[in-house]
Design a protein around this ligand. Structure first.
Ligand code: TPP
Ligand code: MG
Length: 625
């Protein structure tokens, strides 16, 4: 057996450069590149290996310098999501804080079922110099490090304490990254001394390897069970989740919906699976959904969930579906999700499953009065959306007008990126998506700070598309760092900074729960009340964006905003379009609910009233057994 002598880090880089994924006969590099921030934990290990790879050409793994470790995981997620999970990034971080900064990103990746390879550095395996700078000393065990905190948020976790452990860990890591049912964050903790340690590796380790991303077909008996339930349905409803998009099953969904006449609602991850104006598309379902989908959901006798994890937003905290004889049929690649709500479990790839269902459901069609009713509701709803898009709110515009102007401005293949605040809800309800990759809202973890970083990853994944990042002032303040990365890499982003001076979302949630917007706006502390309800702060986020190297266009009206969008699109530089909006402007109602518990006892009357409303709403909550 011929061997090659390399450090662990050099072997890792060489291995990663030789991995490919393949689905439907299309093969691509699995690990597309490596984000990183160096410190003493990785600069001489993984850092040296990446440099050596670049200088000698012995391995092709491009390095991107990020500005924040959490952000680099977000960027990786944005990238992999855009590539339908067929490609992923690696992320290298130094030991201690550099590594733990990635934990939030790891949770986000795992919850959204998006692959990312995390390479946190760890303290010396030999422990000769312990405690090293940034080492957690656990008096109960010398085996524990801060990287153990990655375990619950990783789908595969290992620590490479000896070079001999690397090959099997790498193979397991690649398998999990490319398994659509298991994928998420994969963590390989790399002690800093082990990274630099040399070993004689078998050449075979570095052979090109292809990981076939499967499209499992449904088991015939499970298909029969699903079809029996679906054929008995009179008012069924499809819920299209992210799995439809990752599986590239839009065309199959369209054929199924057209053949059966079953209306299709979507989730945050599934929006765009069907174009918004298709007759069968009824919009977002659940807490922030459209009243059309929610009216159909209430009366649905069978819910066909496809590639959805049924978050509480989707089910309106288990109040969305109220039919007494309700049954679920869950087509999902992950048995874990397929089994939810005591549904008929149909474990399969979304596309393969839909193709099988279309064939097996031949001859079935809902009564025409049912889709006609959906169409009628939808026609009225379109007018409500048009109104919200063109509200003419004064003196500051409403957020719905900004979203409307953007929606009308964007081309079919452009991408909108969002994650947290009041925008995901407004988008889920109001956005008219035309392409399966147009709507990129991270709502599994709804992580403030994902927006700009995730947008960077999305643009990196598909440079031919124009990316419009929507970011609230709160999220911007948490993580604007990757503007600098976008500028240095000449990755062009259009960033729309929507400033409503604080947490519009949590402010209105707080008010609806009787807590009077307490502590949710960015204001001076008021000496008279002792609360944060004083004057407006002298904060200038547009100036901040300019200081990071972006072009900035300040706008005040919707007209100026649209003109700035034109200018941003025409530019090849990262451009921030700044607009202030009124957080108190009206938004259409979803006619749905979200379970956020209200204090059972309270001295405040506002809280007591909210509690009474809460108890009333909670009576609709069902177990779906
Ligand atoms: C990292 C993180 N911290 C806290 C929250 C809880 N949270 C959800 S929305 C929000 C406010 C977001 O403010 P902003 O970005 O200005 O959006 P707005 O609500 O004003 O639309 C907060 C604090 C979160 N989702 N993510
Ligand atoms: Mg805000």
């Amino acid at each position: 057996m011929s061997t090659v002598r390399l450090t662990v880090a050099q072997a890792l880089v060489r291995f990663l450069a030789n991995q490919y994924s393949e689905r439907d006969g299309v093969r691509q590099r699995l690990i597309a590149g490596c984000f990183g921030i160096f410190g003493h934990g990785n600069v001489a290990g993984v850092g040296q290996a990446l440099l050596q790879a670049a200088e000698t050409g012995e391995a092709d793994l491009k390095y991107y310098l990020a500005r924040n470790e959490q952000a680099m995981v977000h960027a990786s997620v944005g990238f992999a999501r855009m590539r339908n999970r067929l490609q992923a990034f690696a992320c290298t971080a130094s030991i201690g804080p550099g590594s733990t900064n990635m934990i939030t990103g790891a949770a986000l990746a795992t919850i959204n079922r998006i692959p990312v390879l995390l390479l946190p550095s760890d303290f010396f395996a030999t422990r000769v110099a312990s405690p090293v700078l940034q080492e957690l000393e656990d008096p109960r065990s010398y085996d524990v490090s801060v990287n153990d905190a990655f375990r619950p948020v990783s789908r595969f976790w290992d620590r490479i304490n000896r070079p001999e452990q690397l090959p099997s860990a790498l193979l397991a890591a690649m398998r999990v990254l490319t398994d659509p049912a298991e994928t998420g964050a994969v963590t390989l903790a790399l002690p800093q001394d082990v990274q630099a340690e040399a070993h004689d590796w078998p050449e075979d380790l570095f052979a090109e390897r292809t990981w076939y991303v499967p499209r499992p077909i449904p088991e015939p008996a499970a298909l029969d069970r699903a079809v029996a339930v679906l054929r008995s349905a009179r008012t069924p409803l499809i819920i299209a989740g992210g799995g439809v998009i990752y599986s590239e099953a839009s065309a199959a969904l369209l054929r199924f919906a057209e053949a059966t006449g079953i209306p299709a609602a979507d989730t945050q991850a599934g929006k765009g699976a069907l174009a918004w104006d298709h007759p069968g598309a009824v919009g977002g379902v659940g807490a922030t959904g459209s009243p059309v989908a929610n009216a159909l959901a209430r009366e649905a006798d069978v819910v066909l969930g496809i590639g959805t994890r049924y978050s509480d937003f989707t089910t309106a905290s288990r109040t969305a579906f109220q039919h007494p004889g309700l049954r679920f049929v869950n087509l999902n690649i992950a048995a874990f999700d397929a089994g939810k709500h005591a549904g008929v479990s149909l474990v399969a790839d979304a596309r393969a499953g839909l193709e099988a269902l279309t064939e097996a459901m031949a001859g079935y069609r809902v009564d025409e009065a049912y889709p006609a009713r959906a169409w009628d509701l939808d026609t009225r709803w379109r007018q409500v959306v048009d109104h919200a898009y063109h509200l003419g709110h004064q003196p500051l515009p409403a957020q719905t007008e900004i979203l409307g102007a953007l929606n009308e401005f964007m081309a079919e293949r452009d991408v909108v990126v969002q994650a947290a605040g009041s925008m995901p809800g407004d988008l889920q309800m109001l956005w008219r998506a035309r392409d399966p990759k147009q709507y990129h809202v991270e709502y599994g973890y709804s992580c403030m700070g994902y927006e700009i970083a995730g947008g960077l990853g999305a643009k990196l994944a598909d440079p031919g598309r124009e990316v419009f990042v929507l970011v609230g002032d709160g999220s911007y303040l948490m993580m604007a760092s990757e503007i600098v990365t976008a500028v240095s890499e000449r990755i062009k982003l259009n960033i729309i900074l929507v400033d409503n001076r604080g947490f519009g979302s949590i402010g209105s949630l707080s008010e609806s729960l009787g807590s009077q917007r307490f502590g949710t706006s960015y204001r001076y502390r008021n000496p008279e009340t002792g609360l944060l309800d004083g004057g407006v702060l002298p904060v200038d986020l547009a100036a901040n964006a300019a200081s990071l190297g972006a072009d900035v266009l300040r706008t005040r009206t919707v007209k100026e905003f649209v003109a700035a969008l034109e200018q941003a699109r025409a530019s090849d530089r990262t451009t921030v379009v700044y607009i202030e909006t009124d957080p108190l402007a009206p938004v259409p109602a979803s006619e749905s609910w979200w379970d956020v518990p209200v204090s059972e006892v309270a001295a405040l009357e506002s809280t007591q009233n909210a509690r009474a409303a809460y108890e009333a709403a909670k009576r609709d909550q069902r177990l779906y057994l």
